[in-house]
Design a binder for this molecule. Sequence first.
Ligand code: GTP
Ligand code: MG
Length: 195
Amino acid sequence: MKVNNAEFVISAVSPSQYPEDGLPEIALAGRSNVGKSSLINKMINRKNLARTSSKPGKTQTLNYYKINEDLFFVDLPGYGYAQVSKSERERWGKFIEQYLTQREELKLILQLVDIRHAPSKDDQSMYEWLKHLGLPVCVVATKADKISRSQWQKHVKLVKQTLGFHSADRFVLFSSETGMGKDELWDIILEKMAW
Ligand code: GTP
Ligand code: MG
């Protein structure tokens, strides 16, 4: 995919703010700090269009990024951030649920997990929930550069086992540092967009 133009469009806090272009949307889910914003930046060759932070919980809205006139990346708020209050978490849960269940433009959810660790309870519930809703998911194991190549397969196996990964889903090993998995992920996205 050749990205000629990428721009931040809106931080949406309610459905009335979602863009009305009708373009396909690819959403990114994953716990805070897993690398959602970094992945977007890598996919579009930009250093910091999607704001990244070493401080978790930065993204608290649905952040829309328009890529060419072709699609939107939708950066979802990271889950599992302990310092957010319970009522706030519930509010965001409802908001995301509404988006996932009602947004027709949504074509694919990239669920990010950190390759270094077994997926958390939150990761497991998220994946189960997405499967329950019947949504197309691609699991992306991020930060592959943080472990040695010889350890990749072992970790991939652990991630898949812990998630209860469905073999019909796609799985990509990714690094925002090295660009590993980028072309493969674009292929998967383009395939789903054509649906
Ligand atoms: P929230 O917006 O809080 O939900 O976090 P996020 O999922 O958007 O994470 P973000 O992209 O901001 O990345 C968090 C931290 O991890 C940053 O310090 C990134 O530089 C680092 N990071 C993200 N992806 C990678 C990766 O593939 N490799 C390495 N080494 N670091 C990464
Ligand atoms: Mg982010």
